[in-house]
Ligand binder design. Structure first.
Ligand code: MCA
Ligand code: AMP
Length: 489
């Protein structure tokens, strides 16, 4: 029997585990604080975590995992409709939050537990928490992470404990990631990238993470100049770094010192990759994953960082490319295109309360259909070339379903018809465009009004950045909206 967080049980007590701004916790202090959370949540079915980018979120999730209970991280900027859906679907027994965090009315009278300001101390001796230990076949749910589909509200991906351990250990192998590494990141803590890779990753290795609270190139430069060895970010962050580099020699120097610069959640444009390499002498490496699969491929620290590819499959991950008719693509020629399908212990177990969606996501022989389309190069490096669904938008590294935004827009009194598409954006990768047929042509709802409307219902990152007004939406003979006609103008 091994342990999910060996360093919490028998690592050096005085070593810094987490740092958020001015506040930090040693492994000893984290053990005490997370142990207190574990004692509080033990026996609860599921626990919601109000996932602000603060120390308390990391303590809450660690403590919940120590108790062997599943955590549901919530976007603290979720709008009413999205939050109401997630809470009713996941039915948490309580909500953990930082003291002082204001919870919206939709949380209702669910029991709130403030995560104690961490005290000195240690994990109670003889640690009796079920979740400290981990067996290879540990199927118990660890996290329920909500992720958008093309239509309908987000689905809760149930991520078991063995998937966390598997994916983090595979990345450790690929990146020679050890307890000596100090990670800097500024990712949201309600998604896999920021929470699993960016918090649980360093804790599983017995290393340290410094979270910036909010992304800034200054923060990245400061931490990398002060001992941080790795940076994790989405392409939008690397784009902003690439833009800042020409006028910021300190940033270039700091990045040049990093052991590893890792990008993921969306494709890193080759132009940004090359600009960073030219200014810093370091090449950003990419890894490819999904909420449902955790990590599938990654460039290795000791391998070639090839711009535009996401590296070979990680140890333990089976990956194949499949044509539209189900035929497997056998070629490793950099040209033959197919959908990426994966199998392995890194995968989720299914969508909460959605056996239909779970069944549709897998083939009969257990391969998960990612919906991502790729080619493979001669040495097995995967190059992602597109996505099957046009109704999924990746903006700032967030996956956003067109359908949920369309539904929200249609709830606005001034909107008769609505269609949502993504269009290329140098900063966000894709930006959300709303095509609106207004009820009143003379006084259509403004962009700000619609952005505010979507923010209030769903979340700020789901708001349209551009609104275009039409007299009618282009439809085919079946009445289906022709989105490609919209995008092609
Ligand atoms: C804007 N804001 C608003 C409104 N408009 N607040 C209330 N009402 C409004 N109408 C707020 C936002 O919440 C935000 O606050 C700030 O204003 C700026 O908003 P925005 O323009 O959306 O932010 P941005 O500057 O464009 O954000 C860029 C970003 C962000 C920082 C790169 O997109 C980001 O954090 N992306 C990471 C996504 C991610 O982690 N994806 C992982 C999922 P504030 O700044 O306070 O928040 S994918 C995954 O997990 C898989 C496994 C994988 O492969 O990684
Ligand atoms: P999510 O569902 O939010 O977890 O996002 C997963 C999706 O992000 C994948 O299906 C891919 O489309 C995309 N993605 C993640 N990493 C990469 C990457 N390195 N390059 C291109 N796309 C990526």
């Amino acid at each position: 029997m091994s342990s999910l967080f060996p360093a919490l049980v028998d690592g050096p007590r005085e070593k810094i585990a987490l740092r958020f701004g001015e506040r930090s916790l040693t492994y000893g202090e984290l053990g005490a604080a997370a142990g207190a959370v574990a004692a509080r949540v033990r026996g609860t079915g599921r626990v919601a975590v109000w996932a602000t980018p603060e120390l308390e979120t990391a303590v809450a999730v660690t403590g919940t995992l120590l108790a062997g209970v599943a955590a549901v991280p919530l976007n603290p900027k979720s709008g009413e409709k999205e939050l109401a859906h997630i809470l009713s679907d996941s039915a948490p027994g309580m909500i953990l939050a930082a003291p002082g965090a204001e919870l919206p009315a939709v949380v209702g009278d669910m029991e709130r537990v403030d995560v104690d300001s961490p005290r000195s101390g240690d994990l109670p001796a003889g640690t009796a928490f079920a979740g400290v230990s981990l067996s290879d076949s540990d199927e118990d749910p660890a996290l329920i992470v909500y992720t958008s589909g093309t239509t309908g509200p987000p689905k809760g991906a149930v991520i078991p404990r063995r998937a966390l351990a598997t994916t983090l250990d595979a990345l450790a192998d690929a990146w020679q990631w050890t307890g000596d590494d100090v990670l800097v990141q500024a990712l949201p803590l309600f998604h896999v990238h920021g929470l699993v890779l960016g918090i649980l990753g360093p804790l599983r290795r017995g290393g340290s993470v410094r979270h910036l609270g909010r992304f800034s190139t200054e923060g990245v430069a400061r931490e990398l100049a002060d001992g941080a060895t790795m940076l994790f970010g989405v392409p939008t962050m690397y784009h902003r770094i690439a833009e800042a580099l020409p006028d910021d020699p300190e940033l270039a120097k700091a990045l040049g010192r990093a052991r590893l610069l890792v990008s993921g959640s969306a494709a890193l444009p080759v132009h940004d990759h090359e600009r960073i390499a030219a200014a810093t002498g370091r090449r950003v490496i990419e890894r490819y994953g999904m909420t449902e699969t955790l990590m599938n491929t990654a460039m290795r620290a000791d391998g070639e960082a090839r711009a535009g590819t996401v590296g070979p499959p990680l140890p333990g991950v089976e990956l194949r490319l499949v044509e539209e008719d189900g035929t497997e693509v056998a070629a490793y020629d950099g040209e033959s295109v197919g959908e990426i399908q994966v199998r392995g212990p890194n995968l989720f177990t299914g969508y909460l309360n959605r056996p239909d969606a779970t069944a549709a996501a897998f083939t009969a022989d257990g391969w998960f259909r990612t919906g991502d389309v790729a080619v493979r190069e001669a040495d097995g490096y995967v190059r992602i070339v597109g996505r099957k669904a046009t109704d999924l938008i990746k903006s700032g590294g967030y996956k956003i379903g067109a359908g949920e935004i369309e539904n929200a827009l249609l709830e606005h009194a001034g909107v008769r018809e609505a269609a949502v598409t993504g269009e290329p954006d140098p900063d966000l990768g894709e930006r959300i465009v709303a095509w609106i047929v207004p009820v009143d042509r003379e006084v259509p709802p403004s962009t700000e009004e619609l952005a505010e409307h979507v923010t209030r219902r769903l979340a700020p990152h789901k708001r349209p950045r551009v609104v275009r007004y039409l007299d009618a939406l282009p439809r085919n003979d079946m009445g289906k909206i022709m989105k490609r006609a919209l995008a092609d103008g």
